[in-house]
Design a protein around this ligand. Structure first.
Ligand SMILES: Cc1cc2nc3c(=O)[nH]c(=O)nc-3n(C[C@H](O)[C@H](O)[C@H](O)COP(=O)(O)O)c2cc1C
Length: 188
C-alpha cells in the first residue's frame, strides 16, 4: 500500500499549546509508510457561514482546509476543553469540512480523538462532544483510538510529550489503531 496520510487538527491555537506538542509527539511515532502532518492555519479559517460557502468562491483558507481533509486518509484530532466542550476553532473546521451536505470531506473518513486539559477530567466532555460532532459530520470515529491526557499543566510543565515514554507509547497506539481503521476501510 502507498503512504498512509494522517492529518492532525489541533484545537488550541496558542503557540505553547500542549495539545500541539502532543500532536508533534504523534508525528514522531508514525511508523514507516505512515505520515502524520499537523494542519497549519486553522486560525485563519473564517467562521462558517452559508452565505460565503458558495461553489467557486469559498474563502481560500476554508477551501485549503477542505482539500487537506479530502487528501488525508485519516484524521487525528487533539482537543483541549473550553467551558466543558469543543473549542470553537476545531468545531468551525469540522463544520467547513462537513459541507457540501452529504459530500463533505469528512464523509466516511476514519478519525481518532485525543483530548488533553489541565484538569483531572482530561477534557472528556470535549472529547465526547468532538466524537458526536465528527459522527454527525459523517466521519468514521475509531473508538479503539480514544485517548485522554489529564493534568497536562503539571505533567508536561518541564518535558515535551516527545520526551515522555508513556505518552509516546500511547500516541503510537492511537496512530496504529487509526491506520488499521484506514486500511480496513480501504479493503472493505
Ligand atoms: C476559554 C477557556 C475555557 C476552559 N475551560 C476548561 C474546561 O472546561 N475544562 C478544562 O479541563 N480546562 C479548561 N480550560 C483550560 C484548558 O484545559 C487549558 O488551557 C489547556 O492547557 C488548553 O490546552 P493547550 O495547552 O493545548 O492550549 C479552559 C481554558 C480556556 C482558555
Amino acid at each position: 500500500m502507498s503512504q498512509t496520510r494522517i492529518l492532525a487538527l489541533v484545537g488550541s491555537l496558542r503557540a505553547a499549546s500542549i495539545n500541539r506538542r502532543l500532536a508533534e509527539a504523534a508525528v514522531q511515532t508514525a511508523p514507516e509508510g505512515v505520515e502524520v502532518t499537523i494542519y497549519e492555519g486553522l486560525g485563519d479559517v473564517p467562521f462558517y457561514n452559508e452565505d460565503i460557502d458558495v461553489e467557486g468562491s469559498v474563502p481560500a483558507a476554508a477551501a485549503a482546509l477542505r482539500e487537506a481533509v479530502a487528501q488525508a486518509d485519516g484524521l487525528l484530532l487533539f482537543v483541549p476543553e473550553y467551558n466543558g466542550s469543543i473549542p470553537a476553532a476545531l468545531k468551525n473546521a469540522i463544520d467547513w469540512a462537513s459541507r457540501p451536505y452529504g459530500a463533505g470531506s469528512t464523509k466516511g473518513k476514519p478519525a481518532a480523538v485525543v483530548s488533553a486539559s489541565i484538569s483531572q477530567n482530561a477534557a472528556k466532555w470535549a472529547h465526547g462532544d468532538t466524537v458526536k460532532v465528527l459522527s454527525v459530520a459523517g466521519a468514521s470515529v475509531v473508538e479503539s483510538a480514544h485517548l485522554h491526557f489529564g493534568v497536562i499543566g503539571q505533567r508536561f510543565a518541564e518535558a515535551h510529550p516527545r520526551d515522555d515514554a508513556e505518552a509516546l507509547t500511547e500516541l503510537a497506539g492511537v496512530v496504529h489503531e487509526l491506520v488499521e481503521a484506514v486500511r480496513q476501510s480501504v479493503d472493505a
